[in-house]
Design a protein around this ligand. Structure first.
Ligand code: UDP
Length: 310
């Protein structure tokens, strides 16, 4: 199969390209490098089945040759990045999704979009099951991300219903692993970087908000299985092990033998208080569940960050 992956040089995109190549597929990677980095796929460049193109999918573009599957991952995924680039974020979820859907349509290819747990906003139901419609502030600062992904889901379903395209929607929960950007502001790189540098670990709010962290190899395996499935409605992909941010910070201190102190800072606007995926549907429909234990994933990630900061 020949896959077209937008956001190929990003954190999740680069791991997905790797998995597809290992499984014998050809991959055409697209990225505009706003947050992605060519370094993330440097090791794939010698593979004759891999191409990487500097393409902004919110503009007009074409991919030559035959295409069997299109996967739209391009997005600014970290709150720090999307708050700094709200218009680009809205564009990648709206125009970008539409352009990728049109690409799939022209080539009679399947289409997968990576949506997000942010569709549930600051959820009033816990854990979050796919049938929950969410609690999103449509005009808050985070709305550029949340609403663009909700639009991406809506247009994906509309293309399926109107044009009969075989579509899939993944709702990705917090994911971590090598190739996250050290300074992207998300909690995993922030805490690991701070612990490595012996700087204070910045806890936003009182740290009682929860998240559930999925290792990237588990996540991309889920995306791959979903892309091959007949499931048209959203599927949660994430790890169901939930912890408070304070517990997470203390866990990292312990794992790294760090005595970095904790520094409490204001909680960002609309920061969700609780987040844990209900993954019963992914288990039932895809036979998927995360396999990598948190400490193993964190060790791999720490090793990666040690090397990049060296
Ligand atoms: N967070 C924190 N300190 C940091 C970065 C993030 O306490 O230096 C918190 C943030 O407020 C949120 C959680 O960690 O409650 C996860 O934040 P992240 O930006 O990684 O992703 P989100 O789940 O908010 O999209």
């Amino acid at each position: 199969m020949r896959y077209v992956i937008s956001g190929a040089a990003g954190f999740i995109g680069s791991h997905l390209c790797e998995l597809l190549l290992v499984d014998g597929h050809s991959v055409v990677g697209l990225d505009n490098f706003i947050t992605g980095s060519a370094k993330n796929v440097e090791h794939l460049r010698s593979n004759s089945k891999f191409e990487l193109h500097d393409v902004d999918v919110t503009r007009t573009f074409e991919v030559g040759g035959n295409v069997n599957a299109v996967m739209h991952l391009a997005s600014l995924a970290s709150p720090k990045d999307y708050l700094a680039h709200p218009l680009e974020t809205l564009e990648s979820g709206s125009t970008g999704t539409r352009n990728m859907l049109d690409l799939a349509r022209r080539h009679n290819a399947t289409f997968l979009v990576t949506s997000t747990s942010e569709c549930y906003g600051d959820p009033l139901e816990h854990p979050q099951v796919e049938t929950y419609w969410g609690n999103v502030n449509p005009v808050g600062t985070r709305s550029c991300y949340d609403e663009s992904k909700r639009y991406a889901e809506a247009i994906t379903m509309a293309y399926h219903r109107v044009h009969g395209i075989k579509t899939n929607i993944a709702r990705i929960f917090n994911t971590y692993g090598p190739r996250m950007q050290l300074k992207d502001g998300r909690v995993v790189p922030a805490f690991l970087d701070q612990a490595l540098q012996g700087q204070p670990m910045t806890i936003f709010g009182d740290g009682s908000q929860t998240r559930s962290f999925c290792y990237v190899s588990d996540l991309v395996r889920g995306l791959y299985l979903l892309s091959k499935s007949e499931e048209r409605y959203p599927v949660n992909l994430g790890n169901a092990r939930e912890m408070t941010i304070l517990e997470f910070a203390e866990h990292i201190q312990e794992l790294m033998g760090s005595d970095a102190r904790l520094e409490f800072q204001p909680l960002p606007e609309d920061d969700p208080k609780r987040r844990r995926p209900d993954i019963a549907k992914a288990k039932r429909v895809l036979g998927w569940e995360p396999l990598v234990p948190l400490d193993q994933g964190l060790r791999e990630t720490i090793e990666y960050f040690r090397n990049v900061t060296r």
